[in-house]
Design a binder for this molecule. Structure first.
Ligand code: MG
Ligand code: MG
Length: 277
C-alpha cells in the first residue's frame, strides 16, 4: 500500500506537466498544417516526431510495448490505434490523430479529428463533420464537468449526457477509456465516457486526467484488425476521437494540451480555466 504512488500530484509536479502538454499540442498542430488528400499517415507521423524530438522530448507512444510510431492515425471506420502507413488520405476521409510526448519524465496525451473536404460528397462530409463536432463537444462537456466534479465518474456522465442530447444516434465506445496521466502516460484511474455506478476517486487538486471520448456514427461495437492494434467499428460506420490532458489544481482546472488552457473550448460551458501557479 505504502509503495503505491498517489494519483494526486503536487503543484510543482503539475507545473512539470505543462511543457510535455504544449509539445504534444505543437505536434498535433504540425499534423493539422499538413492534412490534405494525398498525404500519407506515415508522413504525418514523421512531422509529429520532428516536433517532439526537436523540443527535447520523446514520443511516449514508442514507450508502449510493441508500438514503433509517434502517432496513431485512424481513418474512416477506424476509431483509435490506427498504425501510420503509406496509406494516402483521400477527399472526404475522417482521420483521428492521437499523439503524446514525454519531457523530463512527465507526459502529455491528446487527440484530434479532421475531416478532409470532398466537393463530390457534401453529405458524407457534413455527417462526418457533425460526428467530429459531437465528439469534440462531449470532450469539452467532460472537461467542464471536471471543474465542478466531486468524483471522477461525473466526467463520464457529462460526456454521455452531451452525446445523448444531440440529434441523431451515436455510439460511445465502451471498451476503451481515458486515464490518469503523469510519470506514465497511462495511470490510474480509468476515465469512462459513460455513466458507471462506481463514483471513482475524489476530484481534488493534483488530479490529472486524459479525457478521451471515442464515438461512432453508428453502433459502438468494435473489433481489433488483424494488425493487432487498429480498432474499427463492426458496422463500418465512421469514428471520431478527441482527447486532452487536464489538471485539477488549487485555483481550478487547466487543459495542459491546449495553449490557451482550454479557454475557447470551455467558454460555451461557462468555465474559465485558471493557470497553474
Ligand atoms: Mg491519446
Ligand atoms: Mg490517452
Amino acid at each position: 500500500m505504502g509503495l503505491r504512488r498517489s494519483i494526486y500530484k503536487t503543484p510543482a509536479q503539475l507545473r512539470s506537466m505543462m511543457e510535455p502538454g504544449l509539445i504534444t499540442a505543437a505536434a498535433l498542430d504540425a499534423v493539422r498544417a499538413m492534412i490534405a488528400p494525398g498525404v500519407t499517415t506515415i508522413e504525418l507521423d514523421a512531422a509529429a516526431s520532428r516536433i517532439i524530438t526537436g523540443r527535447g522530448a520523446r514520443s511516449n507512444f514508442q514507450l508502449v510495448r510493441g508500438y514503433r510510431h509517434t502517432i496513431c492515425a485512424s481513418v474512416n471506420e477506424q476509431v483509435v490505434h490506427g498504425i501510420p502507413s503509406d496509406r494516402a488520405l483521400q477527399p472526404g476521409d475522417i482521420v483521428s490523430i492521437d499523439c503524446g510526448a514525454e519531457r523530463s519524465g512527465w507526459n502529455g496525451d491528446s487527440a484530434v479529428t479532421f475531416v478532409l473536404p470532398d466537393p463530390a460528397r457534401p453529405q458524407v462530409v457534413a455527417e462526418r463533420e457533425e460526428l467530429s463536432r459531437v465528439t469534440e463537444g462531449s470532450l469539452w462537456a467532460g472537461i467542464a464537468a471536471l471543474a465542478r466534479a466531486r468524483h471522477v465518474a461525473d466526467v463520464g456522465a457529462a460526456v454521455q449526457d452531451y452525446v445523448d442530447a444531440q440529434p441523431g444516434t451515436y455510439g460511445i465506445l465502451r471498451d476503451y477509456v481515458g486515464h490518469g496521466i503523469g510519470r506514465k502516460m497511462h495511470e490510474s484511474p480509468s476515465v469512462f465516457n459513460y455513466r458507471v455506478p462506481d463514483p471513482g476517486p475524489e476530484v481534488r487538486p493534483g488530479l490529472v486526467l486524459a479525457i478521451e471520448p471515442m464515438v461512432a456514427a453508428g453502433d459502438e461495437a468494435t473489433f481489433v484488425e488483424d494488425d493487432g492494434w487498429t480498432v474499427s467499428t463492426r458496422d463500418g460506420s465512421a469514428g471520431s476521437h478527441w482527447e486532452h490532458s487536464v489538471a485539477v489544481h488549487d485555483d481550478g482546472i487547466w487543459v495542459l494540451t491546449a495553449p490557451d488552457g482550454g479557454a475557447a473550448g470551455l467558454a460555451p460551458f461557462g468555465v474559465v480555466p485558471s493557470p497553474i501557479q
